[in-house]
Design a protein around this ligand. Structure first.
Ligand SMILES: Nc1ncnc2c1ncn2[C@@H]1O[C@H](COP(=O)(O)OP(=O)(O)OP(=O)(O)O)[C@@H](O)[C@H]1O
Ligand SMILES: [Mg+2]
Length: 262
């Protein structure tokens, strides 16, 4: 069984176009199909607006698809969303916390929600916060006092605490300093090895993608234009770097804004 199996997945959003009253359909994902093996890490690259977060949000059952199917360990995301939610953990920049509560308290709350006992989580919370490079002396501070990078570390720690089977990382290191980025990378590797976790990583960081992923996919305007190991992509497009691969595959540079370019 595949960890993730996606077939012709489609998502449209409705958007008001200027002063016109009718809202037009804007495709965010167009007939995306691919699979992820258990224990595999797949990175998805794409410009702003290419559909990465939409893909992650569909897989974490936060959005409903407009077409196609997606399964997480055999569970269809719309029909069996409860089972999917138990298997999946998402880390994104829009992570929500209880702002007045500390990082440790937020983690304890999440652990309880996932059915872990205080005896299990007691020693694990400081350990996991240390692993993501969160300073021990700030564990008791309210979330609202923490910088965005710090909050991002807590979001990662929270996702890893409950040992998810499928980890959906939507730009997990955006806003982190270089050292923290490396710490997060090491942590993701570690989680894969020790928990046999499967990872879908959406990122703008080519180095991160290449360092972590077994295969790299490129989304362009909601379409998956390729998905293969980095070396194979380089060969296929006659490119020396992933950046060149991206340009060859899409005709644009990764850091340009897709909507501005259209
Ligand atoms: N809730 C929404 N309502 C309307 N349109 C949306 C909504 N969410 C996303 N979109 C649109 O869907 C498309 C894909 O957006 P998405 O957030 O998936 O892109 P992304 O690849 O994650 O971009 P970024 O790199 O900026 O995070 C964009 O055109 C975006 O404007
Ligand atoms: Mg996004």
């Amino acid at each position: 069984m595949h960890a993730v199996s996606i077939s012709d997945l489609r998502k449209d959003f409705r958007r008001r176009n200027g002063r016109r009253l009718r809202r037009e359909r804007v495709p965010a994902l167009r007939d995306v199909s691919f699979t992820i093996e258990r224990g595999e890490c797949v990175a998805v690259l794409g410009q702003n607006g290419s559909g990465k977060s939409t893909l992650v949000r569909l897989l974490s059952t936060l959005l409903l698809a407009d077409g196609g199917t997606a399964r997480v360990f055999g569970h269809e995301i719309s029909r069996d969303s409860r089972a999917v939610r138990r298997l999946v953990n998402r880390v994104s920049v829009e992570a929500s916390f209880f702002k007045k509560m500390s990082s440790a308290e937020n983690l304890a709350y999440a652990a309880r929600f996932y059915g872990m006992t205080p005896a299990e989580t007691g020693p694990r919370i400081p350990e996991i916060l240390a692993r993501v490079g969160f300073p021990a002396e700030r564990r008791g501070e309210p979330m609202e006092n923490l910088s965005r990078g710090m909050q991002q570390k807590v979001a990662l720690a929270r996702a890893l605490l409950t040992s998810p089977v499928l980890l959906l990382l939507d730009e997990p290191t955006t806003g982190l300093d270089p050292r923290s980025r490396l710490e997060v990378r090491a942590l993701v590797r570690d989680v894969r090895e020790t928990h046999d976790a499967t990872v879908l990583l959406c990122t703008h960081d080519l180095e991160e993608a290449e360092a972590l992923a077994d295969r790299i996919g490129i989304l362009d305007g909601g379409r998956l234009v390729c998905l293969a190991p980095a070396e194979e992509l380089k060969r296929r497009y006659g490119a020396a770097t992933l950046e060149e691969v991206f340009f060859a595959a899409t005709g644009r540079a990764l850091e340009d804004d897709e909507e501005a370019a259209d």
